[in-house]
Design a protein around this ligand. Sequence first.
Ligand SMILES: Nc1nc2c(ncn2[C@@H]2O[C@H](COP(=O)(O)OP(=O)(O)OP(=O)(O)O)[C@@H](O)[C@H]2O)c(=O)[nH]1
Length: 278
Amino acid sequence: MLGLAFILKKKKRDSNHVREVGGNNQLESAEIINRTICLNLASYPSCQLSIFNLLSYCCPNATLAMSDSYDFLFKFLVIGNAGTGKSCLLHQFIEKRFKDESNHTIGVEFGSKIINVVNKMVKLQIWDTAGQERFRSVTRSYYRGAAGALLVYDITSRETYNALTTWLSDARMLASQNIVIILCGNKKDLDADREVTFLEASRFAQENELMFLETSALTGENVEEAFVQCARKILNKIESGELDPERMGSGIQYGDAALRQLRSPRRAQPQGTQECGC
Ligand SMILES: Nc1nc2c(ncn2[C@@H]2O[C@H](COP(=O)(O)OP(=O)(O)OP(=O)(O)O)[C@@H](O)[C@H]2O)c(=O)[nH]1
């Protein structure tokens, strides 16, 4: 059975973190809490293709099963050059504190959080991707079916700002044309070392139809806002009919069987089973 066990179980924990380890993209272990999918491949070091990668590719909505009292689940990406603070932003958003020691991400990391957006409970399933070029082929495989993204640059590094067009075209090509993206100029607390002005970045955002905020993972400024604004825009698009959660690869899932049943009776599933978009 390849050592792969899907165990659905209720389990409470403060944070939901999955870390993909090993330079050769081995998935040592991964947990999605509450809706726990346990993958234990530690004893299969030769397995080069992570099961998460496979799940994400084949079944972008595979994490949804029983409801945690949320209305929607959105798949999010955090992308941008290495060292811009993507992991620290995710950590600040989930844990509400700065990650003191942050190493380069190897492949991808995962986190999730339920937030309240305009009276809807939205579960964000967030994939924090490695910014280093050598992981690009791995990280690109996670783009598929993302509903939203934080596109991060470092306001003290023009190089990271100059790379934005490449990240943007990748996201629009590989995720979805409709992906909602918020541009985040991170390290706002280092204003004295700024190399990119607020004005030029906001122009870039406007020209490319992006939302824009300057953030600081260190102080927490605008971090929650970045995720919330992105989620709010996705919700608006759902309400206006511009986005269809039922469309395969939309990166959006309904949060409970009842709501799904209301919308599409033939797709209703028994409680406790896994919904898979494939
Ligand atoms: N001053 C300041 N430093 C930050 C901020 N965010 C991150 N850093 C620092 O920037 C460095 C890189 O942060 P990471 O979160 O690891 O960067 P990353 O974008 O995830 O990097 P990769 O995983 O390699 O793609 C670390 O030394 C952080 O402490 C911030 O808002 N302000």
